[in-house]
Design a protein around this ligand. Sequence first.
Ligand SMILES: NC(=O)c1ccc[n+]([C@@H]2O[C@H](COP(=O)([O-])OP(=O)(O)OC[C@H]3O[C@@H](n4cnc5c(N)ncnc54)[C@H](O)[C@@H]3O)[C@@H](O)[C@H]2O)c1
Length: 395
Amino acid sequence: MTEQVRIALLGSKFMGRAHSNAWLKVGKFFPVDPEPVLHTVVARDADELAGFAQRWGWRNTSTDWLQTVRDNAIDLVDIGTPNHVHAGQAIAALEAGKHVACEKPLAGTLQDAQSMVDAAAASQARTFVWFNYRRVPAVALAHRLVRDGALGRIYHARAAYLQSWGGPDVPLLWRFQGDIAGSGAHGDLNAHLIDAVRFVTGEEIVSVEGAIEHTFIEERQLVGDDAGGEISGAGAGRSSTTGRSTVDDAVLFLARLSGGGVASFEATRLATGYHNANRFEIHGDRGALRFDFERMNELGFYDLSADPAVQGWATIDVTRGGDGHPYADAWWPNGHVLGYEHSFINQAADILAVLGGGEPLVPLPDFGDALRTQCVLQAAIESARNRGPVSLAEL
Ligand SMILES: NC(=O)c1ccc[n+]([C@@H]2O[C@H](COP(=O)([O-])OP(=O)(O)OC[C@H]3O[C@@H](n4cnc5c(N)ncnc54)[C@H](O)[C@@H]3O)[C@@H](O)[C@H]2O)c1
């Protein structure tokens, strides 16, 4: 008989929609056991919640997250709230014996992230972190190719996450408030890049050799509590029409990999011309890979073992079922491309597989894994502020 996992979702905006869609669709495309039950959605605005629940199929709504995560009717707590509340919500859920799937970054601060890992260690429950880009088929294929030796020894990892939505007209959303977000483009975007480089190369980042943290737009318009996210403007003061941004708009850093290679990272919200260019290139002594999320159904591969007369960048269409392309068999005929939402549905399938006692298709990050990424975020900030190298072993 198929078991059930009853889910409480915390947060009902951007990630609330992405996660609701994933839990709703996963059983239509993957053979799932346990079966997800969209039990309760929690957010702060009761009126908006009713409509959200009806649209996405949640059976119940609540504005009280603590009562919900302690409810015996809940098995898994899915956290899609701003970064400063991840720790409190995850720890309460783990103490109540619930599995937790938390959005990235694991937390706004390294201290919060460590406390989440400690709570996970004291619990029998499973933890998961929504580094969803691992489950873009091209990225999962890149991981497999490197694991199977296609690149050989890794020389370079070059990663950039380029967005442009953070111009001066954007008000002081929670994403620009350090006490809520922890950092700006860094925790938001470099977290994805660090996870991707760790996942694809299979190596750890052992030191940050230098970094730049920069805030271009220091004052932003205040917004009311209901505009642009429910907690926007909180803590910014009401006496003037603008408030201070307390996060970076861009962070760049250089790092060393555990296998002896070198890596560069760049995250920005002010890369005019790019909307969600989440990119990496990896160069080894046998070949190279390149990926850009804005062309997410393709993976670039340069195979140094090919006849030199035909050596060149191959553009692999990663949608081919039956040919070993990760997740392709669950979806459409070859060449019928996937989108952003599929990465979350693929991750929901892997979370359910693990809860059912099986294996994920590719490694699934838990809190301990995400803590390593959080340590790299912290090392880069310290490197920028101290203008010097930071060894991860020193954190
Ligand atoms: N994996 C990804 O690609 C990705 C993309 C965007 C955001 N995120 C992460 O998801 C998280 C949420 O981001 P978002 O873009 O959905 O934010 P959002 O502002 O769109 O939504 C936040 C939601 O959290 C709720 N909320 C705020 N404080 C709360 C509290 N104390 N208790 C309960 N609910 C509360 C709000 O009511 C709202 O529904 C962040 O950690 C962010 O970094 C991940």
